[in-house]
Design a binder for this molecule. Structure first.
Ligand code: AMP
Ligand code: GLY
Length: 417
């Protein structure tokens, strides 16, 4: 196999860093560019100063540099139609078209597909009028689950434990709308442990990836506000083969087939944010991309060639994947205040002493210094023969990192340790 492929990865967070590292292990990949990347990614790829929503900039770069494949990470880029624009120029791109990415960007579209094709999920109703929404919610049992219908970086969901909280959320999303044009989906509350099932999908073909579990709440014990994710691990022992097979058949395959039937075939990563209820696995949400921070613990387990998998999906070919039995557990170091407001620019010391894997989520280089430049800053991933060992390894590495404005959860993976 020739090592001659040039790849462009679009993105700048930890997920993007994990994608870059997985591509760097491929025997076919000669050169990796990243737009725009970050201080950590710069060690594994050549970063180019093109923003993730700069559609023309991305297309021109891919054309001028004879890029064989562009991998599009962030939802904002997908929703902007980066994949459509690349394909219109005859360039290969891994990621869904703007139309197919609506499975993530529109909660209502996702719900309609699930309802029509029999994918298990919570019953729902959509509203754009405050009075009608409030009338519905106040006559339903609590907790009330209220979701803003649009991209809101994981922060557009309120699980209201009281009617006051539910009313305030509806007011915020439909009347004051700090998010944009207001429309909400109100759905039944589902109970059980959550897990993330990411699958590479190409039309009707599904190539499952290893299971992971994310931790959405900011603080230990699943307390505090929802975040983009504070840590993750893989494998997930409580997801048996049987549950996985049900999720694959009834959730991912049905959704992939449904999207084909609707004339919007999906190509890329279909991420099922699932919950294991007493009646079996159900969908909380779909994403149209790799999850962050799940990707940082899933892709390191992929033993087979990642580029081959991506290319197979883009070309609609079969592909076998091989996975390691090792366990990976990653802990996010976030800026104090996240997911609310936080300060940037604090120096991170001690990174040179870390021997395990560190994924940069929001960092910036300033001369020889590495500074914080985001809410989620670093993800430290430990590896072991089981999750307890991986947890100990991650914690030992975190102890070497010195930055007073960073905090992290200490109970990642607790349910499985
Ligand atoms: P989402 O952005 O849709 O993934 O929702 C964020 C978080 O809200 C999820 O990870 C769940 O913890 C919670 N959530 C969303 N929908 C429901 C639901 N129907 N029942 C229970 N919890 C939910
Ligand atoms: N970890 C959740 C997400 O990627 O949306």
């Amino acid at each position: 196999m020739e090592k001659n492929k040039k790849v462009l990865v679009v993105g700048s967070g930890g997920r993007c860093h994990a994608i870059v590292k997985a591509l760097a292990r491929s025997p076919q990949v000669e050169k990796i560019y990243c737009a725009p990347g970050n201080a950590g990614i710069a060690e594994d790829a050549e970063c180019v100063a093109i923003g993730v929503e700069d559609v023309d900039g991305i297309v021109n770069f891919a054309k001028e540099n004879n890029i064989d494949m562009t991998v599009v990470g962030p939802e904002a880029a997908l929703a902007k139609g980066v994949v459509d624009a690349l394909e219109a120029e005859g360039l290969k791109a891994f990621g869904p078209t703007k139309a197919a990415a609506r499975i993530e960007s529109s909660k209502e579209f996702a719900k309609q597909i699930m309802e029509k094709y029999g994918v298990p999920t919570a019953a729902y109703k959509a509203f754009d009028n405050f009075d009608e929404a409030w009338e519905y919610v106040k006559n339903r049992p609590l907790p009330a689950v209220i979701k803003y219908d649009g991209l809101a970086a994981g922060k557009g969901v309120v699980v209201a434990l009281s009617y006051e909280e539910a009313e305030a959320a509806l007011r915020d999303m439909l009347l004051d709308s700090s998010f944009g044009k207001g429309r909400v989906v109100v759905e039944d509350f589902l109970d059980g442990p959550e897990f993330s099932f990411m699958c590479v999908v190409s039309g009707n073909k599904v190539y499952p990836l290893a299971m992971a579990q994310d931790h959405k709440r900011a603080y230990d014990g699943d307390k505090g506000p929802n975040t983009g994710g504070m840590g993750a691990y893989s494998p997930v022992p409580f997801i048996t083969e049987e549950i996985r097979d049900i999720a694959l058949r009834e959730i991912i395959q049905r959704t992939a087939d449904g999207l084909v039937a609707e004339g919007v075939p999906f190509k890329g990563v279909l991420y099922g944010g699932l919950i294991l209820t007493k009646e079996g696995p159900k969908v909380i949400e779909f994403n149209a991309r790799f999850g962050d921070p799940e990707t940082e613990v899933v892709l390191p387990r992929l033993v087979s060639d990642f580029y081959e998998l991506i290319e197979a999906a883009v070309e609609g070919k079969d592909c076998e994947t091989k996975w390691s039995d090792d366990a990976y557990l990653g802990i996010v170091l976030a800026s104090e205040g996240y997911p609310g407001s936080y300060e940037k620019g604090a120096e991170i010391k001690g990174l040179e002493n870390v021997t395990g894997e560190v994924y940069h989520m929001g960092t910036k280089r300033d001369g020889h210094k590495i500074l914080t430049s985001g809410g989620r800053v670093l993800m430290v991933v430990g590896k072991g023969k089981d999750l307890a060992e991986a947890n100990a390894a991650a914690k030992a590495e975190i102890a070497k990192i010195d930055c007073p404005t960073l905090f992290h959860r200490t109970d990642i993976g607790k349910a499985s340790l």
